[in-house]
Design a protein around this ligand. Structure first.
Ligand SMILES: [Zn+2]
Length: 434
């Protein structure tokens, strides 16, 4: 429809009109026409438009041909116009930019502040976001509406882009909005004050632990953070190494306080929160955990994983096959008959379990169905059987044995008609299928 030169004249005449009404800095003027030119910043663009307008306002043949225009340019702080008017002894007062109130001229200062805030963090990739005062965005949209501008860019995107470019250049880091190691948020307050918030993404470290001593809970009790737990023994050295604020501990299920986890161990992931260091020597950390734990627990196979693994090991807790070893002391003598009966009856069988009485205070009361694949039984004393139980994850094994007053059905105690006195339980294998 219209030729490019007409478009361009329109840019100039619109700019002239806008500057009659508002003093705009180079960036804020250029940002209204953000699609013009190539490889230019908005400030370059704004300066170019001002330069062309100055060509209209003055030529050496006729002198100042449009004094108002020259003044409007000068009051934005545009140097050539200021120099010209000074030479002609025409005084002009510089006015603060109507839109950004000088913010865009402080980009260098903001970049410096940002780089300072980033200094103590290790990262390769980053993302920059910004929040600007509502009134600023509103003023900008008002100008777009008034002068029918559909080529404008939001101040927020210019701010984040320019700061991002500088971080890439000065710190040699990569802008990556998909998977940033660190997210930088620039907050611009109502009166232009700037604060920088730095938020490193968590890192996820996978491993397996064996619990070799009874009496240690998996997580610390709620009101006692000095208590030794599997979680603190594993997470604390990682938190220290990563100079992190804290960590979340995700495990593929949990064993009771009095239960050991043997075999190849239980998979876990430590989600390290607000880490300053991301490249950790996992081999060294593994050794440190094992040394500090003094045989209470043992970890191995530490490696970095992605966030999606957290859901996978949680699913593992529910469905993966587990093998337990239970040494069961009965209140009366047991026979080889009992042993045989258990082996024959508990083969690929569905167990219906109501939430055990001992966990009712923290779990909802419902019926779970879990499968026992097989049980191997050995008579190891007059009143003692040693059971190897292969079952679906999430089965309450102690209840499978003593029956929990009929809340678990079928159960071993009921099958052989003998009461259980004591159970010593170990997890000997957690099958890992991911
Ligand atoms: Zn401005």
């Amino acid at each position: 429809m219209s030729s490019t030169s007409e478009d361009f004249n329109e840019v100039l005449s619109k700019s002239k009109k806008i500057l009659e009404r508002y003093a705009l800095c180079d960036s804020c003027l250029g940002r209204l026409f953000a699609n013009l030119g190539y490889g230019l910043t908005n400030a370059d663009r704004g300066r170019a438009i001002k330069t062309l307008l100055l060509l209209k306002a003055y030529n050496s043949l006729h002198g100042i041909t449009d004094e108002n225009l020259a003044k409007n340019l000068a009051r934005t702080g545009f140097k050539p116009a200021l120099t010209l008017l000074q030479a002609k002894k025409i005084s002009v007062k510089i006015v603060m930019c109507h839109l950004c109130r000088g913010l865009m001229e402080r980009i260098e200062e903001i970049v410096e502040k940002t780089i300072n805030a980033l200094k103590s963090y290790e990262f390769d990739t980053f993302l920059v976001g910004a929040t600007v005062p509502q009134h600023l965005a509103e003023k900008e949209e008002e100008i777009w509406r008034q002068y029918k501008i559909n080529t404008g860019e939001m101040i927020k995107s210019e701010l984040t882009r320019e700061i991002g470019k500088q971080i890439e250049k000065q710190m040699h880091k990569k802008y990556d909005p998909q998977k940033p190691d660190i997210t930088i948020i620039i907050y611009i307050g109502d009166t232009g004050e700037v604060s920088i918030h730095v938020n490193p993404s968590p890192i996820f470290i996978y491993g397996k632990y064996r619990k070799l001593k009874r009496g240690i809970p998996q997580t610390p009790l709620k009101d006692d953070n000095t208590q030794i737990s599997v979680q603190t023994l594993i997470a604390d050295p990682i938190i220290r190494a990563a100079e992190a604020r804290g960590a979340k501990f995700h495990a593929a299920g949990r064993e009771d306080v009095d239960v050991l986890t043997l075999g190849s161990g239980r998979p876990f992931i430590v989600e390290v929160q607000v880490p300053r260091k991301r490249t950790l020597n996992l081999k060294e950390i593994e050794e440190e955990i094992n040394k500090n734990a003094r045989g209470i627990i043992e970890v191995h196979g530490l490696k970095y994983v992605s966030r999606s693994m957290v859901a996978k090991i949680k699913a593992l807790a529910e469905f993966a096959k587990k093998t337990y070893k239970a040494t069961v002391e009965f209140e009366e003598e047991v026979t080889d008959e009992d042993a045989k009966k258990i082996e024959e009856n508990f083969r690929n069988i569905e167990i219906k379990q109501r939430t055990p009485t001992r966990v009712l205070h923290r779990r909802v009361d419902k019926v779970r169905t879990k499968i026992v694949y097989w049980i191997k039984v050995e008579k190891t004393g007059p009143q003692r059987l040693t059971l190897t139980i292969n079952c679906q994850g999430g089965l309450y094994v102690k209840e499978l044995i003593h029956g929990d007053q009929g809340r678990t059905k079928p159960n071993i105690s009921e099958l052989i008609g003998k009461k259980v006195k004591r159970i010593i339980l170990d997890v000997v294998d957690i099958e890992e299928k991911t």
